[in-house]
Ligand binder design. Structure first.
Ligand SMILES: NC(=O)c1ccc[n+]([C@@H]2O[C@H](COP(=O)([O-])OP(=O)(O)OC[C@H]3O[C@@H](n4cnc5c(N)ncnc54)[C@H](O)[C@@H]3O)[C@@H](O)[C@H]2O)c1
Length: 278
């Protein structure tokens, strides 16, 4: 008997996360929505016979508890869409408009939500995937990045920093866990009409440049049904582009990245073995 597949979608109360949750539920998956938006999350989960856990992705404790409860309920986890995110709260570089002083640090929640929160999600996904009962694993973690994760975005540099971080995380984890049957990809959506996108921006944008939410659902299904890992799926308007790592500029850089990384891996293993209790 094939076990019913289970997914956690962070940021699944609204927007792309919600559209993906609805689609997977229609395909017979069991869905868990993890979001800070309680009202929309409860409603969304009830519409798909899913479960809602209110959690702020910035809180390790809240995310840990939601993942733990999911695994205890279903005994497995097949897919995690680490998608919760928020735009920058203000223009940090407009020093006229910001009120920095020694006592008022800038509000960098954009890094906490988009990068630290997604890093917590990634570790918890890995932990659950490794506990799955299947002999041969086939699990997928997709982290939502952004065009700001590939291209410079002068209006939101810290959002860009967080979303660039997501791409490094997905490509690195993807390579590291491939042999375990755990795939990791980043999603780069185009401009998608969701609540994160101010109406004035959408109104001013040429309609031909907009990526419908349904195309994000297509991108997720493409990753679920394919074998992609350690890569970035850029979903623009009605196209999907898989963006592998940039080529090495020369042999020295190729060897430094590959050999140093391999040697560090050996050092970690060595340190772990030395520390391991008898
Ligand atoms: N809409 C776009 O054009 C676009 C483009 C590129 C990337 N993105 C990214 O896509 C992802 C999904 O956004 P969306 O466009 O569907 O917008 P959205 O605002 O509809 O969805 C974001 C969801 O994340 C949740 N969330 C925010 N902060 C949270 C927190 N601290 N803890 C838990 N949940 C939290 C929100 O409640 C919401 O449900 C985000 O990571 C966003 O940065 C969006």
């Amino acid at each position: 008997m094939i076990a019913q597949k289970v997914a956690i979608v962070t940021g699944g109360s609204t927007g792309m996360g919600n559209a993906v949750a609805v689609d997977l539920a229609k395909q017979g998956w069991k869905l868990v929505i993890l979001d800070i938006n309680h009202e929309a999350g409860e409603k969304a989960a009830s519409e798909i016979d899913g479960i809602f856990f209110k959690a702020d992705v910035r809180s390790w404790k809240e995310q840990f508890s939601a993942f733990e409860r999911t695994f205890n309920l279903f005994g497995r986890l097949d897919f995690v869409f680490g998608n919760a995110g928020k735009a920058d709260v203000y223009d940090y570089f407009d020093l006229e408009g910001t009120n920095f002083s020694v006592d008022v640090p800038p509000n960098l929640e954009v890094l906490d939500i988009n990068l630290t929160g997604a890093s917590f999600t990634s570790l918890l996904a890995l932990r659950a995937f490794r506990r799955n009962p299947d002999e041969i694993k086939d699990c997928l973690l997709v982290l939502t990045s952004s065009g700001a994760g590939i291209y410079p975005t002068p209006v939101q540099p810290f959002y860009a920093a967080a979303k660039h971080g997501i791409i490094g995380l997905a490509r690195s984890m993807g390579q590291r866990h491939e042999e375990e049957g755990i795939r990791v990809c980043a999603l780069v959506p185009g401009l998608v009409p969701t609540t994160i996108m101010p109406k004035e921006i959408l109104d001013r944008t040429d309609k031909h440049l907009i990526t419908p939410v349904s195309h994000i659902v297509t991108a997720i299904n493409d990753m679920l049904n394919g074998k992609h890992t350690a890569t970035v799926c850029e979903a623009s308007v009605d196209q999907l582009f898989y963006r592998d790592q940039p080529p090495f500029p020369d042999e020295a850089q190729r060897r430094v990245i590959l050999e140093v990384s391999r040697n560090m891996g050996a050092d970690f293993k060595d340190a772990r073995e030395k520390k391991a209790p008898n």
